[in-house]
Unconditional design. Sequence first.
Length: 198
Amino acid sequence: MGAVGDHTEATGPLVVGIGGTMRPGSSTERAVRAVLSAAEAAGAHTLLLGASALQLPLYLPGETRRTVPTRQLIAAVRRADGLVIGTPAYHGGVSGLVKNALDYIEDLREAPRPYLHGRAVGCVVTARGPQAASALAGLRAVVHALRGWPTPLGVTVNMDDVTFASDGASTNPHISWQLATMGRQVVEFARRRTGALT
């Protein structure tokens, strides 16, 4: 998982992962990493924007000044062929950290590919208990509002039943399969979309 500047056509589609919590190496970040690993195995080039990359100033409409991390986020999304967004479920919804990062995608409203237009987006939610389902619905709604295409498979992870290793490997084979399937879906859609435009 390299830097955005490393991406070339020869390395396949660029899939950008966004997500986590304020804690580096959180379960959410590891789940996103698992999806990106599957995307790499399917031939993609990937970039993970986790905890440290998402600690941005609160989005303020009309404010044009941008910090270096904010510019890096926008540059990555601008170049992405597909995305994976992961959030913990906080009180049944998307975390403020992740939602704030997504709000900055407004900077791409006049880009050649505005917002997330034409890109597949894998949505992953972690939670302790059943609240992940409502957060997943909310995250998918945000992706739709940004003109992205949520993958057919959205993944919810009940952390009472699953743990992740630092590389994203899961103790639950079914969750591992779901995350890997999502990674493949993002890459497959990106390749079809790229082929249709050439």
